[in-house]
Design a protein around this ligand. Structure first.
Ligand SMILES: Nc1ncnc2c1ncn2[C@@H]1O[C@H](COP(=O)(O)OP(=O)(O)OP(=O)(O)O)[C@@H](O)[C@H]1O
Ligand SMILES: [Mg+2]
Length: 350
């Protein structure tokens, strides 16, 4: 299965083989020129197709030629929520879900695709069932499908980014394993930072903050009067927090990172305020390329006091440490590929 993660700044492709022992066959990454996608929405089908085709050829150790694909719908353009509906027949339930969604969704209902699944877990109210609802705007989905069709891919599914991230980082048996409680994944990307709350077999909430690693780089460039390239180099070398080498840069990054962590904290507070206490955050996993920023784990830890902060392991459901070394991929590199790996793992879905 091929996983394609298209974002405003980059294309990431991963191919995974094997159902029982999923193994990473090949992967690649390619930057995108600005404005081909805006907030995850394809702006120019022909140019995005071309960029994707070029990226496929760059995959190593072998180029990607085509086949079954799962691609992602960007977090900012999607909606995930657990809703409660009365117990009824499946057909009636579909209608009930549409009604329930109408009250919650921030988009016009005629212009979205909606998918839902029943959760096996007991609802808070008797005579009610919990359903996990995902929705995405047609304006986002349709051009993406056109791009993939134009390259001859067989599109198996389009998935919300959050689904893919969870599939990559959490163990495969999570649906059955009710012990996994209150896991908050923070995907630190280039243009956005996405948060997903997972509890007892299902995602409960997602939120997208339109600030990412590139904003930290820009802030550093601004504060220290550097070019964007210099700022990126210093950011990767110095990190956030204290260093003797370049204390001013480290401090600028620290304050930008703390601002981001506080924004995430506010979003989490907003999304968990209605949840029962036992569904609150118990552990935090960081992922995405910006999780490579030295010191970020400690800085998030200082904002989310009393909650352990760790790095998510993108290798959780993949075979062979050996293969990773042969692909020359560090865990830090792999954190950029969390979404793409999760998409490509769909064939071994739990
Ligand atoms: N060593 C490093 N130290 C600090 N930041 C890094 C490092 N390596 C990469 N980054 C940052 O990671 C970010 C890219 O991460 P990622 O590949 O997850 O983004 P993306 O998926 O393309 O973006 P988005 O999900 O927001 O659309 C960039 O902002 C980059 O500056
Ligand atoms: Mg991303």
């Amino acid at each position: 299965m091929i996983g394609i993660d298209l974002s405003d700044r980059s294309i990431k492709i991963v191919e995974i083989r094997g159902d029982d022992n999923p193994t990473l066959r090949t992967l690649c990454w390619s930057p995108l020129v600005p404005n081909l996608l805006r907030r995850g929405v394809v702006q120019d089908v022909a140019l995005v197709s071309e960029a994707l085709k070029e990226a496929m050829l760059k995959c190593s150790p072998t180029p990607v030629e085509g086949g079954d694909v799962v691609a992602s719908i960007p977090e900012v353009q999607s909606f995930v929520r657990v809703l409660e509906v009365p117990v009824m027949s499946e057909r009636e339930m579909d209608e009930a879900v549409q009604w329930a969604v109408r009250r919650h969704i921030p988009f016009d209902l005629d212009r979205v695709y909606i998918d839902w699944e029943e959760l096996e877990l007991a609802s808070g109210q008797p005579q009610h069932k919990q359903v996990l609802v995902g929705a995405a705007q047609r304006d986002v989905v349709d051009p993406l499908l056109t791009v993939l069709d134009s390259l001859g891919f067989n599109v198996v599914a389009l998935e919300l980014e959050a689904q893919a991230v969870m599939r990559c980082l959490l163990p495969r048996d999570i649906k059955e394993n009710r012990d996994i409680r209150g896991v908050l994944v923070i995907d630190l990307g280039a243009t956005s930072t996405n948060v997903i709350l997972f509890d007892q077999g299902a995602m409960r909430f997602t939120a997208s903050i339109q600030v990412g690693g590139d904003d930290l780089t820009q802030q550093l460039a601004h504060d220290m009067n550097l070019s964007p390239v210099e700022a990126m180099e210093i950011k990767a070398k110095v990190g956030a927090g204290f260093t003797k080498e370049n204390p001013a840069a480290a401090q600028a990054l620290e304050s930008a990172t703390l601002n981001l962590a506080r924004m995430v904290e506010r979003a989490v507070q907003e999304m968990t305020v209605q949840l029962p206490r036992e569904q609150r955050v118990r552990t935090i996993l960081l992922t995405g390329g910006n999780a490579n920023l030295v010191g970020i784990k400690e800085l998030f830890g200082s904002v989310f006091t009393n909650i352990p902060v760790q790095y998510g392991n993108p290798w959780t459901n993949l075979q062979q440490e050996k293969k990773r070394t042969s692909l020359n991929l560090t865990i830090g590199d792999a954190m950029h590929f969390t979404t793409a790996i999760g998409l490509a793992l769909r064939q071994v879905d739990y």
